[in-house]
Design a protein around this ligand. Structure first.
Ligand code: COA
Length: 260
């Protein structure tokens, strides 16, 4: 991974990835997209990592969008390839076998909101602003924004954000279901890490089962979704963590999950 555009550090079982282009408000150029793909692939395959927190460097931005300077000169074919490059990485994140939390520390615009939306949970600072401003550039969302925002917040909010291009504040984003929690900016890191540590102490195979059911079930009919859930539920009975979790409850003690 390029250490210049993406920083990685571990706190226990929580991997923290920080997009590190603060002078460009962490805009996503091709190198940053590739660094994210590499970093998430490594985190997915590392048994020591149970949760990933994704954020942006500096006080102003999570990510202020795809890199406009880089897009300015692209041909149509290169534009499509750029969209596919971002979409592939974001779909990888969405289908990760462990939870990914976006810690939205400022602007999450265009590709920045798209990146936050492919994460499983979003905790935003009360100072954050989110939006899909692509139309202001004569563009449309290209990293899945029109599709994920629709699924998260419905047609009315998606049409409003994508057609007007106007950003909204964190409180409105919470109201629309685009972010899960809004916290004072000064508490963002502590509250996000508390959530990450809570998930890191949970049963990883159960978390994976939940992620699989929601990823799969969100895109199929109710019968297929329910059958998939029942199959995943049954699979849990093959895990040591299920025996441990239920036994700990019955013995009135805290469970110690191992991921087996
Ligand atoms: N791509 C490339 N560079 C970007 C960028 C982006 N999406 N967003 C910000 N930057 C760069 C600016 O060009 C500037 O670089 P410079 O100092 O070399 O000129 C630097 O980041 C700081 O941005 P600036 O615009 O000066 O900060 P601001 O506080 O005045 O405004 C924003 C902040 C977020 C409102 C503004 O940067 C903005 O509108 N960015 C684009 C948002 C967007 O349209 N995203 C969707 C892209 S598809």
């Amino acid at each position: 991974m390029s250490e210049t555009v993406l920083l990685s550090s571990d706190r226990g079982a929580v991997r923290i990835l920080t997009i590190n282009r603060p002078d460009k408000l962490n805009a996503l150029d091709a190198a940053t997209l590739d660094a994210l793909q590499t970093a998430f692939t490594a985190a997915a395959g590392d048994e020591g990592v149970r949760v990933v927190v994704l954020t942006g460097a500096g006080p102003k931005a999570f990510v202020a969008g795809a890199d406009i300077a880089q897009m300015n000169t692209l041909s149509p074919v290169q534009g499509r390839d750029f969209a596919l490059r971002g979409q592939r990485m974001m779909r990888f994140v969405e289908t990760m076998p462990k939870p990914v939390i976006a810690m939205v520390n400022g602007f999450a615009l265009g590709g920045g909101l798209e990146l936050a939306m492919c994460c499983h949970l979003r905790v935003a600072a009360d100072t954050a602003k989110v939006g899909q401003p692509e139309v202001n550039l004569g563009l449309i969302p290209g990293f899945g924004g029109s599709q994920r925002l629709l699924r998260l917040a419905g047609r009315a909010a998606t049409l409003e954000l994508c057609l007007t291009g106007a950003p909204i504040d964190a409180a409105r984003a919470l109201q629309l279901g685009i972010v899960n929690r809004v916290v004072p900016a000064a508490e963002l890191e502590a509250q996000t890490m508390a959530l990450a540590e809570q998930l890191a102490a949970s049963a990883p195979l159960a978390l994976r089962g939940v992620l699989d059911c929601i990823n799969h079930g969100g895109e199929c009919g109710i019968e297929e979704g329910l059958a998939y859930e029942a199959a995943q539920f049954g699979l849990m009975f093959a895990t040591e963590d299920m025996r441990e979790g239920t036994s700990a409850f019955l013995a009135r003690r805290k469970p110690a999950f191992t991921g087996r």
